[in-house]
Design a protein around this ligand. Structure first.
Ligand SMILES: Nc1ncnc2c1ncn2[C@@H]1O[C@H](COP(=O)(O)OP(=O)(O)O)[C@@H](O)[C@H]1O
Ligand SMILES: [Mg+2]
Length: 359
């Protein structure tokens, strides 16, 4: 069903992303990036792809660390351990190869990973053993990988670079927002870093344009045989992010009441957007009020100077230029705002709406 509110796992429920699906299915690079704002369908794309390819895979969604201030290597590697143990259940022969890896302890048909000390499991060794085992390909998915910016005590970039340069069968899929993923975590544009200059395959999921959004809603309501004609209004209010449109369609199919469905969609959107914002602000107690002011100032778009003026008006004191730029860069990195012809604006109309109504 097009309007079901979970990530999709079958192509027939996924609107109009055939080309993106075919491209991802090729897994043409050792590291494949799936980029897009939240709720644009990244998880759906990846799940459908894994289902159709039917390759052995390890799937990790780092969003579960979203509300943590930092992540340890232990958190990360134990997540892997659990997924590898699942893989071992389906492919018991894998265990013999695992036995030989430093940092992996095998007991019966279960593996345990060392997360620190002299036997610590090197992430590249784990990838290498998978590479040596697979017949065809093995897919390692890390979703919302920008969360790993918070990883303490272990640097994953050298392992990813190693996989990129040396492994033949391991195919890595990384998802996240463009700014967060590329600039902050992978640092692909920084000459001094391990992944600099590698040619990743990139698939970007954009919000739907007006016509596409309307076709999506039409298709969804037709599928459910529910009469509906207020497509334009939905797009005006919600914009083109598939997740919000899906949620609206789902609610409307339940209530058959336009205003109530819209109000509930806006409500959940506000709640999720503010939750994400609060997570971002966790280690920024002092600047919290300022960040809210910046977002409010830019809720309908605005310039650098507007931000400076608003902050200085709020505090009746000078705020330095570098601090202003720092706030704006950070907000771009988490994809709450973007730069557009010299102006800053919210990346999603609902983000703008949430902050314009805040005081
Ligand atoms: N192209 C699409 N067709 C149908 N539903 C979609 C599409 N893209 C996203 N969705 C729906 O939107 C919501 C968010 O999608 P998800 O794949 O979780 O996005 P992301 O991982 O980018 O946050 C889910 O309910 C999903 O079913
Ligand atoms: Mg997702």
């Amino acid at each position: 069903m097009l309007f079901s509110p979970e990530p999709k796992s079958s192509r027939k429920d996924f609107f109009d992303k055939e080309e993106e699906l075919e491209r991802l299915k090729k897994l043409s690079s050792p590291i494949n990036l799936v980029l897009g704002l939240r709720r644009t369908g990244k998880s759906s794309l990846i799940r459908i792809c894994l289902n159709e390819l039917n390759l052995p895979s390890i799937y990790i969604d780092l969003r579960k660390f979203e509300d943590k201030g930092y992540i340890t290597y232990k958190d990360f590697i134990l997540d892997f351990e659990e997924k590898v143990n699942r893989l071992v259940k389906s492919f018991p022969e894998l265990i013999n190869l695992m036995k030989r890896v430093r940092g992996i302890k095998v007991l019966g048909n279960e593996v345990s990973f060392f997360w620190s000390g002299k036997n610590v499991l090197k992430f590249s060794d784990l990838l290498e053993v998978l590479d040596g085992w697979a017949d065809d390909k093995v897919v390692v998915v890390l979703e919302e990988v920008q969360e790993l910016i918070k990883l303490r005590g272990y640097d994953l970039l050298p392992s990813l670079a190693y996989a990129f340069d040396n492994l033949k069968k391991v195919r890595i899929v990384l998802s996240g927002s463009k700014m967060g993923l590329l600039y902050r975590f992978l640092k692909v544009y920084d000459v001094k870093t391990p992944l600099y200059g590698r040619a990743f395959s990139r698939i970007e999921l954009k919000p739907l344009m007006r016509d596409e959004a309307i076709s999506f809603l039409k298709a969804g309501f037709e599928e459910l045989k529910i009469p509906f004609d207020r497509f334009e209004e939905v797009y005006e209010k919600l914009g083109g992010i598939p997740g919000w449109l899906t949620y609206f369609g789902f609610k409307y199919s339940e209530y058959r009441d336009f205003d109530r469905s819209l109000a509930e969609t806006l409500n959940i959107a506000r709640k999720l957007i503010l939750e994400e914002f609060e997570n971002f602000l966790k280690d920024k107690e002092i600047a919290k009020k300022r960040y809210y002011t910046v977002m409010k100032t830019l809720s309908k778009g605005g310039r650098w100077n507007d931000v400076k003026r608003a902050l200085e008006a709020m505090e009746s004191v000078r705020v330095s230029d570098s601090i202003i730029s720092n706030y704006l860069n950070k907000l771009c990195e988490i994809s709450f705002i973007e730069k557009y012809y010299g102006e800053y604006r919210p990346t999603d109309p609902l983000i703008g709406w949430v902050f314009s109504s805040i005081n």
